[in-house]
Design a protein around this ligand. Structure first.
Ligand code: KG4
Length: 346
């Protein structure tokens, strides 16, 4: 049988990434160009700059991937691309490149949902067993997504306000930590012996969570203490806030994961999105479910945005004939529950 060679492109936010995946397993190339340094001075992603940088970087990333020793680009059988959700301009750059390559090579296109990519990234660790619960945690999303079978997504729980990553970033900013704040909160509490303090839990019905109230409470506490101490916090207090924030944010989420797991059949729990790099979350989720279900956590290289995860999701979509016409449009606010329902292209 002919090999399936997917060239995948991801440009939904501040990473320009391209991968080549052979037969759904073998990652022949995986290149990520991050713009973090360029956005740092704005304290967050500046959308217009992101688009311009994607346009600048995409050719370099592509030629790097295609110059792979012994790789013949004519063996590519599919082109996959993140078609949403994401920053409108940023998505368009990746989509235009994907359309051009697919047209040039005469191979089909696969338009992939960004969060489906984050979920299926876990298949680099282990094959999925359904029904499955995906905990999607990033700068823009906090969702408990239930998959009774492949590519059927049901959002059973979500944040009622801020996403967990966004809340991490805002508390970090109050603490004077650099962007992206979640990364620095985590780094700040790596050493032994940091004292944590209890924080109130948001009372939210069902499987939803809320971070806005707790985030504002923390920022008020930090500002008050900074004022009392003449403008800055000593390092041990920054560490203490960082650890307490991490524990409160993650434990609140895991309470809802546990509730859902007790109510529904779940064979496997997987985690995805930028916040899945958080060390407390990675450790705690295993401790919370010692008797199952199986817990799968993506390798660190696969927690931030990358194209390997888009290729992995595309591999499943190809099997389900979920291909896209050349005329497909990017959708910045795309809903994951709509996935898997497209009309197959002949
Ligand atoms: O998925 P992602 O790379 O981008 C999108 O939001 O689409 O997630 C970025 C978010 C940021 O809020 C960042 O602060 C957070 O993930 N993050 C972390 C960690 N690494 C990244 N938050 C907590 N702990 C980490 N280790």
């Amino acid at each position: 049988m002919k090999d399936e060679i997917i060239l995948a492109i991801e440009s939904s936010c501040d990473e320009t990434a391209i991968s080549i995946l052979k037969n759904g397993e073998e990652l022949l190339a995986n290149s990520v160009n991050t713009q973090i340094e360029d956005h740092k001075r704005f304290g967050g992603v500046y959308p217009e700059l992101a688009s311009r940088l994607h346009l600048e970087n995409i050719t370099a990333v592509l030629s790097f991937v295609l110059s792979l020793k012994g790789f013949d680009y004519r063996t590519i059988t599919h082109v996959a691309v993140t078609g949403g959700p994401g920053l409108p301009g940023a998505l368009q750059i990746g989509a235009m490149a994907a359309k051009t390559i697919s047209q040039y090579l005469g191979v089909p296109l696969v338009d992939v949902h960004h969060l489906a990519g984050h979920i299926y990234a876990n298949e680099f660790v282990e094959s999925f067993e359904y029904p499955l619960l995906a905990v999607v945690v990033s700068g823009g999303n906090t969702e408990l997504v239930y998959l009774p079978k492949p590519f059927e997504f049901h959002i059973l729980g979500e944040t009622e306000d801020d996403a967990i990553g966004e809340a991490f970033d805002k508390v970090a900013r109050a603490l004077g930590l650099p962007y992206p704040g979640g990364v620095w909160i985590d780094r700040t509490c790596q050493k032994e012996g940091i004292e944590s303090f209890p924080l109130p839990k948001a009372k939210v019905d069902g499987y939803n969570v809320s971070y806005s109230g707790l985030k504002s409470h923390l920022i008020r506490m930090i500002e008050k203490e900074k004022k009392e101490r003449g403008g800055t916090l000593p390092q041990h207090r920054v560490e203490s806030y960082a650890l307490s924030t991490e524990m409160a944010f993650v434990d609140q989420l895991l309470d809802k994961v546990e509730l859902l797991k007790n109510d529904k059949p779940v064979k496997m729990i997987v985690v995805g999105g930028g916040v899945s790099a958080n060390s407390y979350l990675r450790k705690r989720i295993r401790e919370r479910f010692p008797n199952g279900p199986k817990i799968v956590i993506p390798p660190l290289w696969c927690t931030t945005d990358n194209a390997a995860m888009i290729a992995k999701a595309a591999h499943h979509m190809i099997r389900m004939d979920l291909l896209s016409p050349l005329s497909f449009n990017t959708r910045p606010n795309r809903d994951i529950e709509e996935e898997g329902k497209k009309t197959a292209i002949q």
